[in-house]
Design a binder for this molecule. Structure first.
Ligand SMILES: NC(=O)c1ccc[n+]([C@@H]2O[C@H](COP(=O)([O-])OP(=O)(O)OC[C@H]3O[C@@H](n4cnc5c(N)ncnc54)[C@H](O)[C@@H]3O)[C@@H](O)[C@H]2O)c1
Length: 217
């Protein structure tokens, strides 16, 4: 529904709906009720109805949701019917692991370039994409539309490099460096701070262990 304001909380839940619906499609499931979907996803049926009603209610009384239709519509809302070009800056452990992951293409994200400062990496090819030196980046960005840059460089280098690449015109950064980037508000920054996820696990584990100990287990 163009123009309708959808809350960020709902948007953040959409990729999970999309993943579940994709799995249902792969298993040739044509339709699903909010109750069945809620059992699979372990959320309440009313949450599902509320969330999906934001988009004009794809569900029909007594029929449930048409899986393919819902999958396609959520894909459109997430912009997944589009193609995006992605570059990776920093071809170390994480950068190479990302570059080797093929599933991004299935979602419309195409790896177009990999950049590093280490001359020993120059010319090494990962899935047909050669690692180039950072000196080439500006020229590359002028010649090729780059939608997203994944930043997989040391945290000390990340803020400055992020500033330089946004000055070159890149407007979305997928930041894996454990540092805040503080860029202009028109730049999209998605932080993937793996250590912070681990800390959240640590917090929950700590509580779990404490309650086990107090139970005498
Ligand atoms: N490896 C992981 O599993 C992991 C997990 C969480 C977070 N991270 C974060 O991701 C980043 C990369 O981690 P890594 O393990 O791949 O490190 P790494 O040392 O293996 O790789 C970093 C790469 O960045 C390059 N580099 C350094 N400065 C650069 C610059 N200015 N421009 C372009 N390239 C530059 C280096 O030459 C190197 O190839 C770090 O910030 C790290 O904290 C990594």
């Amino acid at each position: 529904m163009p123009g309708k304001e959808i809350s960020l909380a709902v948007i953040q839940r959409l990729p999970r709906y999309y993943r579940y619906l994709g799995e249902l499609l792969e298993n040739d499931v044509v339709r699903i009720s909010s109750k069945e979907l809620s059992e699979r996803m372990n959320v309440t049926a009313s949450q599902i109805r509320q969330d999906l009603n934001n988009f004009g209610g794809f569900g029909q009384q007594g029929y449930g949701y048409n899986v393919e239709y819902l999958y396609t519509e959520i894909g459109k809302i997430l912009g997944l019917d589009k193609r995006y070009s992605l570059i990776i800056i920093g071809a170390g452990n994480l950068g190479q692991a990302l570059a080797n992951y093929t599933d991004f293409e299935r979602r419309g994200f195409y790896l177009k370039g990999i950049f590093d400062v280490n001359p020993r990496l120059e010319g090494i090819s990962i899935r047909g994409v050669e690692i180039q030196m950072m000196d080439n980046l500006e020229e590359f960005v002028k010649k090729n539309k780059v939608h997203i840059a994944a930043l997989t460089i040391p945290k000390m280098k990340a803020p400055q490099t992020a500033k330089e690449i946004t000055d070159m015109g890149i407007k979305a950064i997928w930041n894996f460096a454990p540092v805040d980037l503080n860029l202009p508000s028109d730049v999209i920054v998605e932080n993937v701070h793996l250590a912070e996820s681990l800390m959240r696990i640590s917090y929950t584990l700590k509580d779990l262990e404490a309650s086990r100990e107090s139970d005498g287990n």
